[in-house]
Design a protein around this ligand. Structure first.
Ligand SMILES: CC(C)(COP(=O)(O)OP(=O)(O)OC[C@H]1O[C@@H](n2cnc3c(N)ncnc32)[C@H](O)[C@@H]1OP(=O)(O)O)[C@@H](O)C(=O)NCCC(=O)NCCS
Length: 205
């Protein structure tokens, strides 16, 4: 246990404040989840209040022991925004496995986003299974939705800072995607990948 003295006091005070604020935001987030009909596993913790939005006739299920960081004080790496978890259409689903962690992460599904257990999404990652708008000008003007294709992020994947995962991508178990990457195509399990678009850099032992 760290001794309380002039050197450690600011740090220990901030940690204590985070714990108190975390309890408040967890209570609010749990109430929001009930309001939106979102299934939330036991012991999920929220630091800052996320934005939750479930479309009618769609499902959002979050496993136990997940952590969501949604306030500037909740992560020293620098959050640009809250966690935002939304389904956008009838029949859409978002599933998150147990023990996963998110900081200022957007999960937005018009079809299906599935995240395994123990996944880690660094600050300001975006995961979406839709282009939101069509490419063609006329279709875009008539507000037809863009292409939709399922996203799967398997167990133990780590998305570093500000990674974007686009429609139709599967990221294999244990793969690490380097900061600032944009993942447009599927990545195998157990590799370090990175870049725009993300490519395999090397295998991880
Ligand atoms: C993923 C990461 C941890 C890998 O670190 P590492 O194992 O030390 O990898 P290296 O720095 O040796 O880089 C290996 C190769 O990947 C490339 N690379 C590293 N990061 C990259 C990136 N963000 N985009 C593209 N290529 C990248 C390097 O240029 C290097 O290429 P080379 O072999 O041709 O020289 C690191 O790149 C990273 O993203 N760190 C930030 C982690 C983070 O976001 N943490 C906070 C949020 S939880």
């Amino acid at each position: 246990m760290r001794p309380v003295n002039r050197d450690s006091l600011p740090h220990l005070t901030a940690v204590a404040a985070d714990l108190v604020r975390g309890q408040g935001s967890t209570a609010i987030a749990r109430a929001l989840a009930v309001w939106w009909g979102i299934s939330l596993g036991q012991r999920c913790r929220f630091f800052g209040v996320p934005q939750l939005r479930r479309h009618p006739s769609s499902a959002i299920r979050i496993g136990a022991d997940c952590e969501f960081r949604s306030a500037p004080w909740a992560n020293q790496v620098g959050l640009d925004r809250r966690c935002m978890i939304s389904t956008l259409a009838d029949g859409a689903s978002i599933e998150v496995g147990a023990g996963s962690g998110f900081s200022g992460t957007v999960l937005a599904a018009a079809g299906s986003i599935k995240i395994g257990a123990g996944a880690l999404c660094g600050a300001n990652c975006t995961i979406t299974d839709t282009d939101w708008h069509p490419i063609g000008y006329e279709a875009r003007r008539s507000s037809v939705r863009g292409k939709v294709s399922p996203v799967v992020i398997e167990d133990g994947v780590w998305l570093c800072l500000s990674v974007t995962v686009l429609k139709g991508v599967t990221i294999g178990a244990g793969t690490v995607v380097a900061a600032g990457s944009i993942v447009t195509q599927s990545l195998p399990a157990g590799v370090l990948a990175g870049g725009v678009p993300a490519r395999v850099i090397r295998e991880l032992r």
